[in-house]
Design a binder for this molecule. Sequence first.
Ligand code: FMN
Length: 206
Amino acid sequence: MAQYTRNPPLNPEDLLPDPLAQLLLWIDAAGASGMLEPTAMTLATASATAAPSARVVLFKGLHEGQLTFYTDYRGRKAAELAANPQAAATFWWDQLERQVRVEGLVQKLPRAISAAYFASRPRTSQLGAHTSRQSAVVDARDTLDSRLLAVTAHFEGQDIPLPDHWGGYGLLPSVIEFWQGRGGRFHDRLRYRRGDAGWHVDRLEP
Ligand SMILES: Cc1cc2nc3c(=O)[nH]c(=O)nc-3n(C[C@H](O)[C@H](O)[C@H](O)COP(=O)(O)O)c2cc1C
């Protein structure tokens, strides 16, 4: 059984007053630790009948206090978010023995923000976004590969525009919890909740 002993105790005065700034610090620390995907977060959504589903997406920075991520607006998570904008996300950084949990409402990002991000992506990723209908059933990999060839030929020599069906979302947190492992499973948990007077921090039992 792994013992979490890497970190000193975590107290409210060790964290920044703004939990989003604190999240960025922990992501930077995870990156510095050599993790492959320090921005990977598990995003949970729920259907209109409250059946949950979860998958990993990459956190792509903050926009007006929201955690952003990018995806196909026609996939399963998009359908669930359209029916129910409540979502939760977790980061887990094994090497740092730290977890962050986020809960809040999700909305689509402005098109200009998505367009700027799309333009920054590698061409192969741009072509993939035009080619794939995320979460749809496909009969075989060959079908996708030949569709990708056709899309690649179509855009030969041109800039690739942001597809109508693709873009970003922002998760506006109402709750953010910082968890740090301690020995004997006696971990530290500090939870920020958004109130009228700003963020309120509580310590939670492990
Ligand atoms: C490390 C990692 C990063 C991923 N990043 C993204 C991402 O940023 N956006 C995305 O749409 N899917 C991403 N995926 C794929 C998703 O986990 C998922 O397969 C996909 O979004 C379809 O989910 P859905 O059918 O629930 O909509 C990533 C997967 C992994 C393992």
